[in-house]
Design a protein around this ligand. Structure first.
Ligand SMILES: CC(C)(COP(=O)(O)OP(=O)(O)OC[C@H]1O[C@@H](n2cnc3c(N)ncnc32)[C@H](O)[C@@H]1OP(=O)(O)O)[C@@H](O)C(=O)NCCC(=O)NCCS
Length: 147
């Protein structure tokens, strides 16, 4: 059975290491902002085993004040469980949680590989391309999620 819930930063780090930063030191899997008050981590569990994770970080912004702005980061589904709609459902669960009180704007750096996945979940592409050292080319994508 597939279930979703909010999880602790330590669990997210383990999943990021398995999927996003395999072979790199585990320290590289802790992100700035992980422990911030406005940060929420979510996990997907298959028969109580963690198989996917995502983090939503509430960001302060001086330029956009219409809706709270979250940065989506570290979305990862264990390789053997990819392409079973776990990533899509986990993202939807996280979006619903952070938009309970009102509309939110979510943005992320999407790896080129993941752009079609985010498009299918309603994210729009910003033309700007960003190269993150050691990880590769990314695009900025964003989505408004209504209450
Ligand atoms: C990207 C990732 C999170 C997607 O999770 P997933 O559980 O495998 O994806 P889903 O099964 O939920 O896919 C949802 C839809 O997107 C499509 N999709 C997923 N990945 C895709 C890809 N790389 N290219 C094209 N389409 C893709 C699926 O076919 C599915 O389409 P459908 O709804 O028409 O059937 C997962 O593959 C992963 O962890 N990849 C490695 C880490 C990574 O790149 N993370 C993103 C960092 S920005």
């Amino acid at each position: 059975m597939l279930t979703f819930k909010q999880i602790k930063p330590d669990n997210v780090v383990v999943m990021r290491h398995k999927v996003l930063r395999m072979g790199q030191p585990i320290e590289t899997c802790s992100f700035e902002g992980d422990l911030d008050e406005g940060t929420k981590h979510f996990g997907a569990f298959l028969n109580n085993e963690l198989v996917g994770a995502v983090t939503m970080m509430l960001k302060k912004t001086n330029t956009y004040k219409v809706h709270p702005v979250y940065r989506l980061t570290g979305l990862s589904v264990e390789q053997k469980h990819q392409h079973k709609h776990i990533g899509k459902r986990l993202l939807h669960f996280a979006e619903e949680n952070i938009s309970r009180k009102g509309t939110v704007m979510i943005w992320c750096f999407a790896r080129d590989y993941a752009v079609p996945f985010y498009k299918k979940s309603g994210y729009q592409l910003n033309v700007q391309k960003v190269v993150i050292p050691h990880i590769g080319s990314h695009r900025i994508m964003f989505k408004f999620v209504p209450k």
